[in-house]
Design a protein around this ligand. Structure first.
Ligand code: XIL
Length: 348
């Protein structure tokens, strides 16, 4: 058995992985126990899965992950309480079943807003009360910035925003704090947090929220990155910017794609990926973890968005961009759960 990643970094930060419940068993389960001391659900804690109907929660799959974490002494990141994606429609329908965003009457719009904020409070209260003793870090809101939005603040124009403005963000953090307690760590999570203009949009929103007394403890940087993008300097600057506000940073969804954007050319199979790509990737991981280690006082958790190259959401993009052809390989374990060159580079 190779040395444990989590032990290697025990004085610096927690090491986590995103999982589906079926991955808690067999070889993957063993890898999880050995190499990671933090865990997050890849999908099963998202609103659409955990709260599919207004009066129905489904905790079964989420509970499996929490139970595994308990048995193996792992931290839990909760992902996520509020998002524009993987959220059930019912949240945004008024009592007559009409879409709230289409309402034009100002009085009815105000009523809808209050109804949505109440639903949000109930949603958060129920989930947080159930898991507060197990969860260490909460992704309270996910992806609320959109650099392509037409408003000047770069606020994502999701139904949440269209119906409540930024009040949903405030309500979400305040409600989470209320039920999770003072020790819980609350995060605003997003991608492309390293690069402009998104970084500044996010920074300005966070400053505005903090000034209003909104209880944000840290920024979650998804870090779905590539071999050469973003630059190490951009990553460092971003961590420092938020740390200078007194906030924690976590790397919440790390994967290092072997492709650019859009993700072509694509190698059709794993075996078609040349060794030179894995060498380049190992160097990238080396640089990354050296940076994280240097900034260890400002970063409390590094979570990979998966375990091994057999299962990565990045492969879904082949369907979208390359006629279904293309295999990505973002992690430090290969599809057979053996270590890759990138593993050795983060271990020395
Ligand atoms: C992804 C999952 O990995 C996929 O299985 C699912 O189909 C879509 O969502 N940002 C996030 C994560 O915050 O929740 C997303 O996870 C990846 C991008």
């Amino acid at each position: 058995e190779v040395p444990s990643i989590q032990e290697r970094y025990q004085d610096s930060f927690a090491i986590g992985a995103a999982v589906e419940p079926y991955q808690l068993e067999g070889t993957q389960g063993e890898i999880l126990k050995h190499h990671y001391n933090s865990i997050v659900a890849e999908n099963v804690m998202k609103p659409v899965n955990i709260h599919p109907e207004e009066k129905r929660y489904d905790f079964e799959e989420a509970d499996k992950i929490v139970q595994f974490a308990r048995e193996n002494n792992m931290e839990v990141r909760f992902h996520n309480l509020v998002w524009h994606s993987q959220v059930p429609e019912w949240f945004f329908l008024d009592k007559q079943g009409n879409k709230m965003v289409e309402e034009t009457d100002p009085k009815q719009r105000e009523k809808n807003k209050q109804l949505l904020l109440k639903r949000l409070e109930k949603h958060i209260k129920t989930i947080v009360k159930r898991y507060r003793d197990d969860v260490d870090s909460w992704d309270v809101v996910n992806e609320v910035i959109d650099e392509y939005a037409s408003n000047e603040r770069g606020l994502r124009e999701s139904p949440w925003y269209q119906i409540t403005g930024t009040d949903y963000i405030k309500t979400a953090f305040e409600t989470t704090r209320k039920y999770a307690g003072e020790d819980a760590k609350l995060y605003i999570n997003d991608y492309n947090t390293e690069v402009e203009p998104k970084r500044t949009y996010l920074y300005n929103l966070v400053v505005d929220m903090l000034e209003q007394g909104v209880p944000i403890d840290g920024v979650g940087h998804q870090s779905h990155i590539q071999l050469g993008w973003p630059s190490l300097q951009e990553m460092e600057d971003s961590i420092n910017m938020f740390a200078d506000l007194g906030l924690d940073n976590q790397i919440t969804e790390l994967d290092v794609s072997i492709y650019g954007w859009p993700p072509v050319p694509a190698y059709p199979t794993y075996d078609a990926i040349p060794d030179s790509v894995f060498t380049t990737q190992a160097q990238r991981y080396d640089d990354l973890f050296a940076l994280y280690e240097r900034l260890e006082d400002k970063i409390s958790n590094i979570t990979f968005w998966g375990i091994a190259d057999d299962h990565t959401w990045l492969d879904d993009r082949a369907e979208e961009y390359n006629g279904g052809i293309g295999k990505d390989a973002p992690f430090v374990f290969d599809p057979d759960y053996n270590v890759k060159p990138a593993y050795w580079s983060i271990m020395d």
